[in-house]
Design a protein around this ligand. Structure first.
Ligand SMILES: Nc1ncnc2c1ncn2[C@@H]1O[C@H](COP(=O)(O)OP(=O)(O)OP(=O)(O)O)[C@@H](O)[C@H]1O
Length: 252
């Protein structure tokens, strides 16, 4: 068994002349809850994209359960057990919760789905959908249209869709962004109660939420690794405080 579920070694992503991610290394243990924080434009989402294959790392190596996935296509990485949610909701609003789960399980696009009408799930897939809806507290909402769900429930459904294929690594991009305080509590509870067999890496700006959810925090700034530590340590870290407040400290 590999010691790390996810390992990044010197990962870089360039967009033309811009180094959006610049030589980032980190290692996440199985079952760990890890936050990636950093100010706007720090490279957090691009790092997620390099892990899931939405963009290719232009340097370095991405390893999941000891397997080098740096050049693998996104669907191959999903098959290797990587699931994710996006910062912007990625749901089909005119379809039901159940139909969205069918799309997630069958890897269909919304267009293909409407063409084929329905993707009739096997008993096993149906059970997987029900399990994922249960984990995200949406049991009983299968027949609801997505556009009738609250925004918080929509974020829960995104998590259910990412969980449907039983990922071992779950990447959550700002799961609580735009939620009311009450909705945040539910989403935080859902994340907290996910089984330890799922390793979670999340991007989140809300430090109070981060503090209550994760074991370890990695802070990026300008695409580079800035600091790493337990949530309490990161909160006290002067470099982290400085980049969040936009202060540049003179070097000693
Ligand atoms: N497809 C792209 N093409 C060109 N530049 C990009 C692309 N995607 C991201 N960038 C740039 O890369 C840098 C890092 O962006 P990224 O979205 O990864 O940061 P972030 O830390 O997730 O920010 P935020 O907290 O605002 O979501 C930014 O300067 C952004 O403008």
């Amino acid at each position: 068994m590999t010691e790390h579920l996810l390992r990044l070694d010197g990962v870089g992503v360039r967009f033309g002349g811009l180094k959006a991610v610049d030589g980032v290394s980190l290692a996440v243990r199985p079952g760990e809850r890890r936050a990636i924080i950093g100010p706007n434009g720090a490279g957090k989402t691009t790092l997620f994209n390099a892990i899931t294959g939405v963009v290719r790392a232009t340097s370095g190596r991405v390893t999941v359960e000891g397997r080098d996935v740096t050049r693998a296509a996104p669907h191959r990485r999903a098959a290797f057990g990587i699931g994710r949610t996006f910062q912007i909701t990625n749901l089909f609003p005119t379809l039901t919760v159940h139909q969205n789960m069918e799309i997630a399980l069958r890897g269909l696009s919304g267009r293909k789905f409407s063409f084929f009408g329905s993707a009739v799930l096997s008993d096993e897939e149906h059970a997987a959908a029900e399990r994922a809806l249960g984990l995200t507290r949406l049991s009983g909402r299968s027949r609801a249209l997505v556009r009738e769900l609250s925004y918080g429930e929509q974020r829960q459904l995104e998590m259910a869709m990412a969980l449907a294929t039983a990922p071992r690594l779950l990447l959550l991009d700002e799961p609580a962004a735009g939620l009311s305080p009450a909705e945040r509590v539910i989403v935080a509870d859902v994340i907290r109660s996910l089984p330890a067999t799922i390793t979670i890496v999340l991007i989140e700006h809300d430090m109070d939420l981060v503090l209550s959810l994760v074991d370890w925090v990695t802070c990026l700034s300008n695409g580079r690794f800035l600091a790493e530590g337990a949530p309490g340590e990161i909160r006290q870290n002067r470099d982290v405080q400085d980049v969040y407040l936009g202060r540049a400290r003179p070097h000693a």
